[in-house]
Design a protein around this ligand. Structure first.
Ligand code: NIG
Ligand code: FE
Length: 413
């Protein structure tokens, strides 16, 4: 056949953009000015100078548009959330304001246990609808990948229900969901006074069943005086390892139980919270390549005063991720960008560190190498921000700044 028009090879191309690639290209934010981004089949094919495009724009892609000078970043990654839960804990907020501590409320049967009751009672569709509403807010301001933990079921039906809802959120929202089994979050009421028996149940009944269902991408535990001891946590980690699942840990949030080092010993993807971690814990994380996940929302909501060891993390080169910890008790935070703002204001991260923390380092905390930067071959997850400079993503407190959100090359907000 003659005069056949050449099929435009790329799915989309945005011109007149400024890229914060978050690669190590020697520029702050890995930035590239006078840039363009092109994608095909869900992957980035060009993220660089427009002048380096391999031909005239109109011939390169099926859809060519202008970004109108917007900054484009990788899609934000919220690498630590408890997005799926029943009910709320606004009443405990009131109690804490009246002077009760988080630990005291937990010991009195409130806290995580009250969310467990509400979550067990909730139907699967109701859980899904409530979580989807929260997820939409995160997505509207740039989140394209989210980790969701179980841990409010504390029995096999309840944990399965939560993880099924989490998986369903992934298939129906366009966002990629990574699930984490957190059976060792709190002691199930049926096992009151028998924490070792509960840990055995987690290891021998729940974990193998969840793994067989393919419902969990990782395993987490809450290692704390009000939750599980290092020895109990170790048992959970050993079982996870035997089942081939990577681990992460709620570590050293309220006291230093050596959680950071324990997570590192098991090659953990991340140690999260870590306000009370020691220098030795940080060193162990550095040696193991374990990411530090900073959760300033919980620090803020609990009016904590013990800062995470930021200087030591920097000195030892431990990657610092930033996440919302979205949960009904300690971090009812519906914005990853607000967590980034808090990481700067409360923890003194630079805006660039906070943005790397919600992109490239967050990807690593989930064991994902295919996202978190803008580069050819990476997933086409990116966000347009009509701002003058990338620091504005951390500077504005709240609100919604994103003007367009793409995941796998499809526009999702
Ligand atoms: O990440 N620390 C334990 N888990 C959650 C709190 C969960 C809750 O209070 O419901 C956290 O802070
Ligand atoms: Fe958490």
């Amino acid at each position: 056949m003659t005069n056949r028009t050449v099929q435009a090879p790329w799915d989309g191309l945005l011109l007149d953009a400024r890229l914060a690639t978050l690669t190590d290209n020697g520029q702050p934010y890995g930035s590239v000015e006078d840039a363009a981004i092109g994608w095909k089949d869900g992957r980035i094919v060009h993220a660089g100078r427009a002048a380096d495009l391999p031909g005239p724009a109109a011939s390169l892609a099926r859809e060519v548009a202008s970004a109108d000078g917007a900054w484009i970043t990788p899609g934000l990654i919220d690498c630590h959330t408890h997005l799926v839960f029943g009910g709320d804990r606004a009443h405990e907020f009131e109690l804490r304001l009246a002077g009760a501590s988080y630990e005291a409320i937990a010991r009195a049967g409130g806290g995580i246990a009250s969310t467990v009751r509400a979550t067990r009672e909730a139907g699967e569709d109701a859980l899904f609808d409530a979580a989807l509403g929260r997820l939409r807010r995160l997505v509207a301001d740039g989140v394209t990948t989210i980790e969701i933990k179980s841990g409010y079921g504390l029995d096999l039906p309840g944990e399965r229900k939560m993880l099924r809802v989490a998986r369903r959120l992934g298939t129906s929202s366009g966002v990629e969901v990574r699930t984490t089994f957190l059976g060792a979050h709190a002691l199930a009421p049926e096992f009151a006074g028998r924490p070792d028996d509960y840990v055995e149940h987690v290891c021998e009944v729940m974990l193998p069943a969840i793994a067989a269902d393919g419902l969990a991408d990782a395993v987490d535990a809450f290692c704390e005086t009000i939750a599980f001891s290092p020895a109990q946590t170790r048992r959970v980690f050993e079982r996870a390892r035997a089942l081939g699942l990577p681990v992460k840990l709620h570590a050293d949030q309220l006291s230093d139980l050596g959680g950071a080092a324990l997570a590192a010993e098991f090659g953990g993807l991340s140690a999260d919270h870590i306000e009370h971690s020691s220098e030795a814990g940080v060193q162990a994380m550095a040696a193991a390549g374990t990411v530090a996940v900073l959760l300033p929302g919980a620090f803020y909501a609990l009016r904590d005063t013990q800062l995470p060891p930021i200087e030591a993390l920097r000195r030892h080169g431990v990657p610092m991720a930033v996440a919302s910890d979205l949960n009904p008790g300690t971090s009812p935070l519906l914005s990853l960008r607000l967590a980034m703002n808090m990481a700067c204001t409360l923890f003194r991260l630079t805006p660039e560190e906070a943005l790397r923390g919600a992109t490239v380092h967050a990807a690593r905390a989930l064991g994902l190498a295919d996202r978190g930067t803008l580069a050819a071959g990476q997933r086409a997850d990116f966000v347009l921000w009509p701002v003058r400079r990338p620091a504005e993503l951390c500077y504005w407190i709240g609100g919604t700044l994103a003007s367009a959100v793409y995941a796998g090359g499809a526009r999702i907000a």
